[in-house]
Design a protein around this ligand. Sequence first.
Ligand code: BEZ
Ligand code: FE
Length: 294
Amino acid sequence: MPYVTEHSLTDIVRPRWTEIPDPRLREVMQSLIKHLHAFVRDVELTEAEWFTAIDFLTRTGKMCTDKRQEFILASDVLGVSMLVDTLNHRLATGATPTTVEGPFHVPDAPELANGADMAKGAPGIPCFVTGKVRGLDGAPVGGAVLDLWQTDGEGFYEAQRDVTEPWMRGLYRTQPDGSYVVRTVAPIAYTIPMDGTIGELMRHTDISHMRPAHIHFCVTAPGYHRLVTHLFQRGDEFIDTDVVYGVKEPLIVDFQKRPAGSKAPNGETVDTDFYVVNYDFILDQAVETAIAAE
Ligand code: BEZ
Ligand code: FE
């Protein structure tokens, strides 16, 4: 075996890490070692920097609980979460694109009737989101489930409020013609959590730590690709600098202003100014169904 030098080390380590029966793990570890060693060489990492990195990762791990995932936040701000998302959801042209799920989704949201209010007294400007869920061929998808979650009009998710009942989330089912109407309040732009190690790192940069105002959706229907996405408010000042790189052009929508006294899409007359958002979700066929149909 050759002696270890700064030049030979990678070529000594990599063959050892071929002794892995699982071929995918072998492939991942080979690539990881190659790129990790190249990175260390590239920046000529000092011992002090190496120790700082170990300490940073240790403290990041210690911040993680069942309610908080600082490693995912690290992945988000480095663009890794969106890269994984884009690689894993190469949808057909015309399908509504996916974007990151983020850490604030809470399962088992309450089922609400079409047009019902999921804000339930939360602060914010009333906002109605309405449209259809359709397939790529334009056919309506009745019975699709829309799972929504968002901040209230002060920028807080359920996890950030001291509440015992569901807050700013709900499940809606499309009508036989694929249509849906959601009553909510308009979300606002908000900062990612800055009180942990990722906040500490961000403060060493001039990078914005804001996310533009958005509503999260998970749309599911049998035979279709599960769609996890957001709708972003056009004109938001942070639309081009989203800290987690989640904005895709087809997901930017107009929040149309309506004056007090106007009729809303659910048929009610609203006594304050409000917004209407029109959006059709276009679902791609699920891969399993496409294969089964061949
Ligand atoms: C969110 O949109 O909820 C989110 C996504 C990534 C990091 C923080 C928040
Ligand atoms: Fe969000």
